[in-house]
Design a protein. Structure first.
Length: 419
């Protein structure tokens, strides 16, 4: 973060009124534009970011793109630039609280949560049409004003790979562990469907009072996103309707090809929920890695993780007095990319597990971590339960590496170790 607080001082054309918070990227202040006499939220980048020329170039490019967005549910960007070597961003000041702060006090009703998510969908539809993917949708980045309006923040703002403190050791993912999409975890190129997944995890949190996956570390939580079936939200809120559970399953499909294709399709089903109807989106299939890991042995020892989602009927659809029809949400101009799921370890019924030396497992974990970060520890531990030898273990793990060059390097290192 910046080396000092600017509270009570002047910064360029702004008078700093008070510090609102600080984090990995820097500090945020409530400030007043002296010329316009307008109160803004002023974000100052930490020195480590300001000297990273690649990051600065991306920051300025994305700030320009986001500044062109004009929507009542998107926090407006007013100004950005550099003052004495410190890059800053001046944004609309939101007088309110984040969804995270609200949900700490109480869960949303199903009706209210649907209304909130529909507003977020409208904002994302505008951004996606301009080719902007948020990449970090979470309750912290969605604000409720004192007037009851929803505002999506940090839209289009560049994020460096090691920005989130929970992810500093991965070097791969951009996002927050509890809400991150599987393709972001694997370091793949993302599109609008990554935002749909993260919005689904946020929707789940609003309805149940907790995110879909919990764990003892960021690596464990991200592994659950990759491998474990979606916990049934009715474990935490039995009153949820069958329709909203179907929508959650669709939004949180591990395979992005099985999610809603865009936010317009999602909004149509949310509108049906508001009308008291039960949407029937095509059910996503369980990924191969989830099936194999579930069969290979005990699941991760995660306190509070409920049984996987089952498709049994639940309560009646919500009663909504008034619902507005879905808007025509622009579709993204670029075609979505495709991705295949990670390869699962072989089933315990087909092989006899070897007893590996601890130094061999540490070596494989180190090599795999070069490409996927701390997730390597959990995946190696799982695969070692069923692999017959080092070669089989490498085969079970290699497809978790997103780049072909990385897969070749991993195979070469394991072959050299096995000699």
């Amino acid at each position: 973060m910046t080396d000092k607080s600017f509270a009570g001082q002047r910064f360029g054309g702004y008078e700093i009124l008070e510090e609102l918070g600080s984090g990995g990227m820097g500090r945020v202040y409530r400030a007043k534009n002296i010329t316009l006499e307008r109160v803004v939220a002023l974000k100052m980048l930490a020195p480590a970011f300001s000297v990273d020329q690649d990051f600065v170039a991306r920051f300025l490019k994305e700030a320009r793109s986001a500044a062109r967005l004009n929507h009542p549910n998107i926090v407006q960007i007013y100004d950005f630039g550099n003052v004495e070597g410190i890059y800053y961003l001046a944004m609309e000041y939101v007088n309110g609280e984040s969804l995270r702060a609200y949900v700490k006090r109480q869960k949303f009703t199903e009706k209210s949560a649907i209304a909130v998510v529909r507003e977020a969908v409208r904002a994302l539809g505008v951004a996606h049409a301009e080719g902007i993917v948020h990449r970090d949708i979470k309750p912290d980045n969605i604000m409720l004003t004192t007037k009851g309006e929803l505002k999506l923040v940090d839209l289009g703002i560049a994020k460096r790979l090691d920005e989130d403190q929970d992810l500093t050791q991965t070097g791969q993912a951009v996002g927050t562990p509890q809400y991150i999409s599987p393709e972001q975890i694997r370091g793949l190129r993302v599109d609008a469907r990554a935002d749909i997944y993260s919005l689904g995890a946020t929707f789940y949190h609003l309805l149940t009072g907790r995110p879909p996956y919990k764990g003892t570390s960021a690596a464990v939580v991200m592994t659950l996103h990759l491998t474990e079936p979606l916990p049934d939200p009715r474990t935490f809120e039995p009153s949820l309707s069958q329709g909203v559970c179907r929508v959650l399953r669709k939004m949180l499909a591990k395979e992005r090809d099985e999610r809603y294709s865009d936010v317009a399709a999602l909004d149509r089903d949310l509108y049906k929920l508001q009308l008291g109807q039960t949407p029937e989106p095509e059910e996503p299939s369980e990924t191969a890695i989830a099936t194999a890991i579930s069969a290979s042995g005990p699941s991760l020892d995660i306190a509070g993780t409920p049984p996987p989602f089952v498709t049994t009927p639940a309560g009646s659809p919500p009663q909504v007095a008034v619902a507005t029809p879905p808007p025509t949400t622009p579709r993204p101009t670029s075609a979505p990319t495709t991705a295949s799921p990670p390869t699962a370890p072989p089933s315990s019924s087909s092989v006899s597990a070897a007893s590996f030396r601890e130094e061999d497992l540490r070596f494989i974990e180190t090599e795999l971590a070069k490409h996927i970060g701390p997730l390597a520890r959990v995946l190696v531990k799982k695969a070692a339960k069923t692999a017959a030898n080092l070669s089989a273990l490498a085969t079970a793990l290699v497809d978790n590496i997103p780049e072909e060059e990385g897969r070749r390097a991993f195979r070469t290192a394991i072959r050299a170790r096995a000699k």
